[in-house]
Design a protein around this ligand. Sequence first.
Ligand code: PGA
Length: 256
Amino acid sequence: MKNTAQTEPFLVIGNWKMNGTRELLHKFACDLETTAPAGCTQVLCLPSVIIPNAVDALADHNIEIGGQNCSSHPSGAFTGEVSSTMLVEAGAKWVIVGHSERRTGFSETDEEVNSKADAAITGGLVPIICVGECSADREDGRHLDVILDQLAASTPSNLQLGEAVIAYEPVWAIGSGKSASEDQVREAHDAIAAWLKENLVPLPVLYGGSVKPDSAADLAAIRNVDGFLVGGASLDPASFKGIGTVSSETLSKAQR
Ligand code: PGA
């Protein structure tokens, strides 16, 4: 159970991946309350092309917008890439870097993720830096080593307080419909928080991997879980709203 004073908002961040239309944005605008659940900050990380539409559609809502990837370069001959300053101009405040789908499907290395996080901060965004082990790492019992090695290599060494957020997403829990167990989440989040405190600066640590409204209460109650990165359930306004509401209720009951 949480036992520290809660000062920072609990982050409920949706990752729409390569999904989303203007119609879905309209549905979110109709179905979501204009205010965020108490104690929560809501963010939607969207495909870059619909960010300006989201800014318009959700102008009355207390929801911040993010991208899902950015270039490590500020500008230049990089066909198909989007820079952090372009995302800011489009209306984004956040960007996901190093999601496991980019590490696996696009061969992104820790070094590239580190450069992207750095470029995001320089451009004025808050990077959500993702780390997480695959099932083989966990079966071999080396998940904590893998997570902390990724964390050390993917986070810029000059990071300051409030400049970034970490997302712990076990690869085997993403899109599987079954989140990691409370013990597994507690172990990973405690290790990440301790590493950050000792080696860098304390940063919020999100859990991601099949978060749903019915698992959010137990997960939000875990010490050092400072928010969620939500994939599938963030595409449905009722589920996204439900995760925020349940988290808010849990936080208000817990001694944080
Ligand atoms: P999921 O995705 O919630 O669908 O498991 C999480 C993520 O990929 O960030």
